[in-house]
Design a protein around this ligand. Structure first.
Ligand code: PHE
Ligand code: ZN
Length: 884
């Protein structure tokens, strides 16, 4: 628990509210308790005297009573660890304020006033990376969700919109570049210091405020909008990183163009700045006109970034840019509505990336992420609806559920409405709510009215947590195919009983002989069970269902293995093909892990999977990017989700065994594929990317079936690599194997990229996620490496998130892995609570794990819960993980 600093006043003579120490149980904030703020803040003026150790902040707020809210004689200005050095009302110094915990409460007699407050903060000691902090000698801010209150006292809630004017001054040599939201309106100098004034004409909530000051250089460009407005674009980085900003800039221009075409959205300022910082809690932040990015999502060139990194940069640049409309022009009324901006913006960035590259491959990747990150959330103690009902610490709700399931929910509306009607719905939404702080309900109603859909029952997707399961059975009677569907929505914490939800399912019925169907259909399952009859089938057709992953559900289908093999080879929906392959493998692995297969059945099952995969290797009609998807094995996490109680050790072993079996049975065609891929020269086009994906995939299968051969091939690939994708792929495989090449190449990699933080992050992550049996020891040693630090979130994640996702490490039967994560959480919590809390969910999954390990996982949670001081973030996650 964070002990609140004792507030003091300049004259030590203010009224004190009693709660100087936070209760051990931080209060629960509930969605139904929302009340509009009694005051409006039409204008905010801020002045910053910038210094790394000491920054003085003077704020002047004009406030006026909010006619739409209940009148209140007091105004509460949120603070977090701030001490006011001066408070004035209408120009007069006043003592008539109280400190209520960290908040400053003033009594205001009239209708409108001006409040002026001064505070002083120390950015250099800000390790939480919320509010104003120092990173590599520069100053930057992060205000979402509640960071602005660490800078100055303010109604720090998203429904209070204000027009910001900012003046900042600082040492010329230390902070040559001074940036803020909006447009720069004035600048000047005064000896060694200089100053700049910025004005943002668009009213915004405090969480979108941003300021950056430092020694930066820009790649500059421009974009002309659909209505001929010329926008100056800059990507700001540290000197030396400029050559790695081209892809970010190109992605930005593509995003701007795409949003005009796909959603009719035009940019609304003359300037758009992106700044890359190396210390950042999340991916990036959509501050109005001044996006702040984790360097990971800006810097990319072929030598240091993988194909995956390039795609991620494009996706995140798009995501933050798209927030300008879905998030900034229309913001959230309260933080329970987070999915209003995040779910919608994730959908927008997914559609953008689909249009920029391969649509089916992007769809499969997005489903993979959903299953890896969101399904476990939905089936565990932290399950919550995409619009949560309560929280203790909002930072804990920036989840895959709010983001990725939120995107799936809106995607379902789009599927049901059709693209054109959906666009009418979003047009109406942007039109109706521009300039407002809106709710999810506002969004749904706009889609209903604009697209002409009835979403009455569909709203359940916003209030019910849990991944629905749909049982599917197809029978054949005479000329008719009969489809029986049944849905169950599992109980989740606080929601024991669920109502049936509308589940849009795209399906096709295949004729076995001709491998064709007479058209895709969409049915919406909105009752607990339903039956559909399809006429004109002399023979029983093969059912392809949830095509394109039309609904974020689990399908439990009674289907013969031969039919899955048929779909894997012949379905014209690429996702359905992928899904058939996944199903084949998941079924086999689940049965094997459960001990239901004899040795002989195990081998036969594996052989038939290899056969299906062989057909995919040989299919000339698919491109290599897609081939790589079809060849990938289901993740350990996804397999775990299919089981009541999982034994991580067994799942891992069976999965490796299947990999080895496939690798040895297909050794010849895999190596032919490798040789073909090796001939493709480096470029960033789809063909070359596909070739690189296959090469590493082949190495991974070989590592399981023929480690010596794999080591040789991987070492060779490492040596002749002219790009990071090949080099990292080779090193990944080598890191999992024994032998000198492992040591040599790890050393070479480190020496080659020493000093390049993002690449050294990869070096840590590769070792922490490796298949090597001694991974626990390796990670322990890496934690003592001079390059390791708890102060940098990227570094922490590269070592420990990778480790927490590694079944061999994290789930080591001894419990050592759990203890390491427990230790990390306790040590990191006082430094960076937000990041520390993100390590709790892996331990929280103990209920899905076999009893011995489960007890060890629980033990760590209980140990953390007993800590004397815990942040709100970690406290909430741990207590929810232990609750029954
Ligand atoms: N709003 C950011 C995004 O999704 C994420 C973020 C949240 C960043 C909180 C920082 C802090 O684009
Ligand atoms: Zn976002």
């Amino acid at each position: 628990m964070d002990i609140a600093r004792t507030p003091s006043s300049p004259d030590g003579n203010i009224e004190m509210a009693d709660a100087a120490v936070e209760p051990h149980d931080p209060p629960e904030i509930r969605r139904e308790d929302y009340r509009p703020f009694p005051w409006m803040v039409p204008e905010t003026r801020l002045e910053f005297d910038l210094g790394l150790e000491s920054t003085r902040v003077r704020s002047r707020l004009t406030v006026a009573r909010n006619a739409k809210a209940d009148a209140s004689p007091t105004i509460r200005l949120n603070g977090d660890g701030l001490i006011p050095t001066s408070v004035k009302i209408d120009g007069e110094p006043t003592r008539a304020y109280t400190m209520d915990g960290d908040d400053l409460v003033l009594t205001l007699p009239g209708e409108a006033h001006e409040i002026a407050i001064e505070t002083e903060i120390d950015p250099s000691s800000n390790t939480q990376l919320m509010g104003l902090y120092a990173s590599n000698g520069m100053l930057c801010t992060q205000c979402e969700s509640e960071g602005f209150r660490r800078i100055t006292f303010f109604p720090d809630r998203p429904d209070v919109l204000s027009t910001f004017t900012v003046r900042m001054s600082g040492a010329k040599d230390q902070f040559p570049i001074l940036l803020c939201n909006g447009n720069r309106t004035d600048e000047g100098e005064d000896g060694d210091t200089h100053w700049a004034e910025w004005h943002d004409p668009w009213p915004k909530p405090s969480y979108l405020f941003a300021l950056v000051a430092g020694d930066l250089v820009a790649r500059s460009d421009s974009f002309t909008t659909m209505n001929g407005r010329e926008v100056e674009l800059n990507v700001w980085v540290r000197d030396g990183d400029l050559p790695r900003t081209e892809h970010a800039m190109e992605s930005l221009k593509r995003s701007m163009k795409w949003d005009e075409e796909a959603f009719g959205r035009e940019y609304d300022l003359d300037l758009f700045n992106i700044v890359a910082v190396s210390d950042f809690n999340m991916g990036a932040m959509e501050n109005k006109g001044l996006n702040v990015f984790n360097t990971k999502y800006v810097l990319a060139d072929p030598e240091t970034a993988t194909d995956g990194d390039f795609d991620a940069v494009e996706g995140v640049i798009g995501h933050e840019y798209f927030h300008n409309w879905s998030g900034n022009r229309i913001t959230c009324r309260d933080w329970f509505q987070l999915s209003l901006k995040e779910g919608f913006t994730v959908l927008r960035d997914q559609l953008f990336s689909q249009d920029m590259g391969s649509e089916p491959v992007k769809r499969i990747e997005d489903v993979r992420i959903l299953r890896l990150a969101q399904f476990p959330e939905d089936s565990g103690p932290l399950a919550h609806p995409i619009r949560p009902d309560s929280y203790r610490e909002i930072s804990n709700f920036y989840t895959a559920t709010v983001y990725n399931k939120g995107a799936e929910v809106i995607r379902m509306m789009r599927t049901m409405a059709g693209e054109e009607a959906f666009r009418k719905g979003t047009d109406l939404y942007f039109d109706r709510h521009d300039g407002e702080a809106a709710t999810c309900e506002d969004f749904v109603r706009s889609i209903e009215d604009g697209a002409g859909l009835d979403l009455k029952q569909f709203r359940l997707w916003y209030s019910q947590a849990g991944t629905p399961k749909v049982s599917v059975e197809l029978t054949h009677e005479g000329e008719e195919a009969v489809l029986k569907l049944r849905q169950t929505v599992p109980p989740t914490p606080g929601q024991p009983d669920k109502k049936p939800m509308p589940i849009p399912l795209k399906l096709a019925l295949f004729d076995q002989q001709t491998a064709s169907h007479s058209g895709e259909q969409l049915i919406v399952l909105d009752t607990e069970s339903a039956e559909h009859r399809f006429d004109g089938f002399a023979n029983k057709p093969v059912l392809s269902i949830n095509r394109g992953f039309s609904a974020p559900v689990t399908i439990d289908r009674a289907i013969d293995r031969e039919d899955l093999v048929f779909l894997a080879a012949s379905d014209d929906d690429p996702f359905a093909r992928y899904e058939a392959m996944q199903d084949l493998m998941v079924r086999h692995l689940v049965a094997a892990v459960a001990g239901k297969l004899s040795e002989e059945e195990r081998n036969r099952g594996g052989a038939s999977i290899a056969e299906a995969m062989g057909a995919i290797l040989a299919d000339p009609d698919i491109d290599d990017l897609m081939r790589g998807e079809l060849m990938s094995m289901p993740s350990q996490t996804y397999i775990t989700e299919q089981m009541e109680l999982a034994d991580p050790g067994l799942i891992h072993a069976e999965r490796e065994r299947l990999k080895a079996l496939v690798g040895s049975q297909l050794s010849e065609p895999l190596h032919r594929l490798y040789e073909r891929a090796e001939q493709v020269p480096f470029s960033l086009d789809a063909e070359a990317k596909g070739a690189r994906k296959l090469k590493t995939m082949v190495l991974a299968y070989a590592a399981a079936s023929d480690p010596e051969k794999a080591a040789e091939l991987a070492a060779h690939q490492y040596d002749r690599a002219d790009n990071m994708t090949d080099r990292q792929g080779a090193l990944m495989v080598l890191t999992g194997l024994e032998g000198v090449e492992r040591t040599n190449k790890l050393l070479d990699f480190y020496n080659r990229y020493e000093g390049n933080a993002l690449v050294i992050d990869k070096w840590f992550a590769l070792q922490a996620s490796s298949l090597h049996p001694k991974v626990v020891e390796h990670v322990k040693a890496l934690a003592d490496h001079p390059d390791f630090t708890l102060r940098n979130p990227n570094r922490v994640r590269s070592l420990y998130m990778a480790f927490a996702g590694n079944p061999q490490g994290f789930h080591a039967a001894s419990g050592e892995g759990y203890r390491m994560i427990g230790d990390l959480i306790l040590e990191l919590d006082p430094i960076n609570a937000q990041t520390a809390a993100r390590f709790v969910p892996p331990l929280g999954r103990w209920r899905k794990v076999e009893p011995q390990r489960a007890a060890l996982m629980r033990e760590q949670l209980e140990r953390i819960a007993k800590a004397e001081k815990l942040s709100r973030d970690t406290y909430e996650q741990v207590s929810r993980s232990l609750a029954d």
